[in-house]
Write a protein that binds this ligand. Sequence first.
Ligand code: FPP
Length: 245
Amino acid sequence: MSLSQTDIDLTNLPRHVAIIMDGNGRWAKKRGLPRVMGHKRGVEVARRIIIKARELGIPYLSLFAFSKENWQRPRLEVETLLKLLGEYLENELPLLMEKSIRFKALGDVEDFPEDLRDKIREVERATAAFREMTLVLALSYSGRAEILRAIRFLTKDFKDGGLKEIDLNDETFRQYLYFPELPDPDLLIRTSGEIRISNFFLYQIAYTELYFSDLLWPDFSEEEFVKALGEYQRRERRFGRVYEF
Ligand code: FPP
């Protein structure tokens, strides 16, 4: 059965969709290609999903593009991923401008080489005024690192007297995360049949709906994205409460 956009309720879309784009390496291996070809194809798919999300009116889309753990991959693969990222930022700036998409990097951007850091900052600056949609690229990101970093800053504020123990709650804690205004993901999609979170948004996914697709990321499509949104809309979100007796 094919699902089209008309099968979903455009008035009840998730505010924030997060995606773990997994399976690029396996996609390439299945075809006897180098892993990096899978990543290249992965960038194209990401582009299509970004355009689709914008078209549907989803305000926040977060893509896990490079994890802290990814630094441990073979040097050639890391170099290629960084190169692809640099090219992506250069090539996509016009699209982001044309479609009024704000770009935000999430993670320890200082881990990247200076030229890439500059490109990231340039695209962030150029798109900073857009509010219709925010594209968040998780770059050198890990959920645990984000929480520990928050605790480090928070401890400093305790010591300096800027924060009192009594004032520490969910709302104040969030101020120490990378991007405090980012709403929690309503829907998290992971491709490639792996059923795990792999250190993405650990603090923020407490009540997120999880959707796992068996497709490898390079085979994911706009139609599959819409299918995931349809499934999300059929879920009953209770946030730990009871609505009917
Ligand atoms: C997982 O595939 C994917 C990554 C490590 C991230 C790479 C993501 C892209 C190239 C898309 C980037 C998108 C933008 C917008 C820059 P994997 O290598 O872990 O696959 P495997 O599990 O099959 O080995």
